[in-house]
Each structure stands twice: as C-alpha cells, then as structure tokens.
Design a binder for this molecule. Structure first.
Ligand code: ADP
Length: 409
C-alpha cells in the first residue's frame, strides 16, 4: 500500500511537469525543474542534464538540480569517448554504476572542479525521434542502490526533457524565421522608399523636357514614345509611394458620403474602352436604390480601378468581366467576377502581399508590379472593410469587397 502511494505521488509529479512543458514551451527553467524532479523521485543527491554540442562533439551540462552550479558545470566539456554519459549517448542504453570509482570511464574532472564527489550514478539517454541528443543522470543514491524503478522514472523524465528541448528548439527556429521575414519586409519597405525618392527627381526632369520637346516638335512619334514611357514610369513610382504612405498612415483620408453604385458605373465607363480593345464584355449590375457609404471617394475609386484592370488583364479575349453591387447583412458588397485564367488556391491569400505575383517575374506575359492588390487591401481595411478572392483555376476569379454602409442612412 505504501509502495502504491509512493508510485501515485511520483506519477502525479511527472504529470504536473508534463502540463508545464506543454503550456510553457519556451521556459528554460523547465530543464532545471526536470533535473530537480529526477533527483527527488530517485532519492538522489543531485541530477543533471547534458546535451551534445554539435559544434565540438562534446557533452555540455545545461541544467542541474542545484541551479546555482549550472553556470560552473556548463563550462566543463565532457568528452563522449571518456565518460559514462558519453557511453550512454553512444549506446543509447541506460547505465547504472553503483561505484563510479571502479569504472574507468568515469570522468573525474567535473567532481574535482565543483568539489562534489560522485559515488553512484544512473544515466539514461535523451532521444528526439531517432536522434540521441543528450543524457539525464541522477547522482549518489541517498540510501541503497539505484533500482529498476529509478531507471523507469528517469527514462520517463528523459522523454519529457527531450520534448521540452525540442519544443524550445522549434520555438526558437520559428522566432528566427519570423525575424528574418520581418527583416525582409523592412528591406522591401526601405527599397520602395529609396527607389521611389531617387527616381522621382530625374523622372520629373525627363517629363519636363519631353513635354517641352513635344510642344516644339508636334506629331513626333519618338517624342511621344518618350513621354508615354515617362508617364508610365511616373505611375509606377506613384503606386509605390502610395502604398508606402498608406501603410504608414501618411496618406490622409477625406471621408464623404456617396452612392457607391454611381462610382462603380463611372469606373466601368472608364475601363470600357480597354475591355473592348481586349475583346471582353464588361458590365455592371448595380441596384436602382442608391447604396451609401462613408469613405474616401478617390481611394475607393483606386480599389475599383485596380480590381477592374486586373480582371481585364487576366481574362483572355472573348471572356466577360462583371461588377456587381449589393447590400448584404448591413454592408455594401462589391463583387468583381471574371472568366479569366484564375488563381491557384494556394495563392489566394498571398496575392495580397506586396510584389506577389502568381506567374514568375521571369516568365510573366502580363505587366504589373504586384502592388495593386496590397493597395486594395490596405484601403479597404482602413475603411473597416474586408477583401478576399475566390477562384477556380482556368475558369475565372472573383474578388469580393465588403464595406460598411454609412451609419447615418
Ligand atoms: P499586378 O497585377 O501588378 O501583378 P496585383 O497586386 O494587382 O499586381 O496582383 C497580384 C497578382 O494576383 C497578379 O500578378 C496575378 O497573378 C494575380 N491576380 C490578380 N487579379 C487577378 C485576376 N483577376 N485573375 C487572375 N489573377 C489575378
């Protein structure tokens, strides 16, 4: 009965530790706690965790039941070839040594360095999947010899330590990946800022001279070509600057109440010649009753222009582009549907990222910077709305914009 009680208490401790590992994957003090529990449950004077240092090939102490000595211990490399822990690591089997003095593999330097005499030792391997990453050892059984039960407990704790270490490693790898992504994002922003500023001044000179030349040499196709190219370049730079300012909040919003249906019809009128030249049908389905929103009219127009020009750009001749406006669940909902090339499922969210394009930039047949949709999302979200895409590859795409209705109406 007493044995059973003891066993239950031990299992309770192990379970509590498990809960802690799962809920605090990052906590480094967890390993100390595991070492302390190992010492306590095996009734030993101390316990420690050693991990294989991939760089040097030695074992290193990373936690000990007596937390204060861990920094001292961690400075002493333990050679895999000349230690009991090393043997356990290599053979992946637990080892019980009742009298270390009789074992030639015992590595004495540790005890000498910290003034601690090791008499007996129980060591088990720490395994993560197929890899053995270290050793958990209990030192100096307080009375009697290490038992099979001690070995069992230490093996369970070693499995827990392995999970904790692996969790911490995964969290660290994730944080590192996140940090790199943030850095990449920052580089992109810096690039946009620098490129657009550096290009603006020379470009305004080119534009100025080209306009002057155009006045002097009316009808010259070369001059017109230069002017068209410069205006296009200016448009690209403005797009980059706009996105940057939108994101930093430097682009002011001028709110007014207007009928969204009217704005949609105007946008369709503007795009009609392009649709016709591309051999497409473009139509708008807008309700008779006005749908009022409170928004920055120019920016909403930018949203419509971007979605329409994409729909036209990615739909082959003979296709159709339709813009529909409805009132749904207290929102204004715009749907731009095309019968174009479509978008793979895996890219549906990513196309709203800066510079992301489904086709590789090297093989792309259609022009574009990959900034239109990020601008759309930024504007829509700044208005408290949402935008997303749905698509069937090869059959067409649908972009849905949901904007809150003007509350006063
Ligand atoms: P751009 O059109 O300048 O490339 P966008 O940010 O507007 O940049 O769009 C990003 C990418 O999303 C496009 O390159 C294209 O791959 C995809 N895309 C956007 N709209 C459509 C659409 N209507 N049909 C198919 N693909 C689209």
């Amino acid at each position: 009965m007493k044995d059973l009680d003891k066993r239950v208490r031990q299992l309770e401790r192990i379970l509590a530790l498990n809960v802690e590992i799962v809920s605090n994957p990052q906590q480094s003090s967890l390993l100390t706690k595991i070492a302390q529990t190992a010492a306590e449950l095996t009734e030993s004077e101390s316990a420690s965790i050693l991990l294989l240092d991939d760089r040097t090939g030695d074992l290193r102490f990373c936690a000990a039941a007596t937390e204060e000595i861990t920094p001292l211990l961690s400075r002493i490399p333990v050679p895999v070839t000349h230690s009991i822990a090393g043997k356990v690591l290599q053979e992946r089997e637990p080892a019980v040594v009742h009298d270390v003095r009789a074992d030639p593999r015992h590595f004495r330097e540790v005890g000498q360095a910290i003034g601690f005499e090791t008499r007996s030792l129980l060591a088990v391997p720490l395994q993560v999947q197929e890899r053995c990453i270290g050793v958990l050892e209990a030192v100096n059984k307080r009375s009697g010899l290490f038992t099979e039960e001690d070995k069992e407990i230490l093996t369970i704790l070693a499995a827990q330590a392995a999970v904790a270490i692996e969790n911490a490693r995964l969290v660290e790898a994730l944080q590192e990946a996140h940090r790199k992504l943030q850095e990449l994002d920052r580089l992109k922003s810096d690039f946009i800022t620098i490129a657009s500023h550096e290009l603006r001044t020379p470009l305004s000179l080119v534009l100025g001279y080209a306009s002057l030349l155009q006045e002097q040499q009316r009808g010259s196709r070369e001059v017109e070509g230069v002017l068209r190219a410069a205006v296009r370049l200016q448009h690209i730079i403005e797009t980059m600057v706009n996105l940057q300012y939108l994101e930093t909040g430097e682009l002011p919003f001028r709110y007014e109440e207007f009928n969204l249906g009217e704005e949609i019809l105007l946008a369709c009128q503007t795009h009609a010649p392009l649709a016709e030249a591309s051999g497409l049908t473009l139509d708008a389905v807008v309700p008779q009753e006005p749908i009022w929103i409170r928004a920055d009219r120019e920016k909403i127009r930018l949203v419509l222009d971007n979605l329409l020009s994409n729909a036209i750009k990615f739909t082959p001749a003979g296709g159709r582009v339709r813009v529909k406006l409805e009132e749904r669940y207290g929102n204004a909902e715009i749907t731009v549907t095309d019968t174009g090339v479509g978008i793979p499922q895996k890219d549906l969210d990513r196309i709203f990222e800066r510079f992301y394009q489904v086709e590789s930039p090297m093989t792309r047949r259609r022009g574009g910077l990959g900034l239109g949709l990020p601008i759309v999302r930024e504007i829509v979200e700044k208005h408290g709305g949402r935008v997303w895409a749905e698509s069937v590859l090869g059959q067409g795409s649908r972009f849905i914009v949901r904007l809150p209705l003007a509350s006063s109406r």
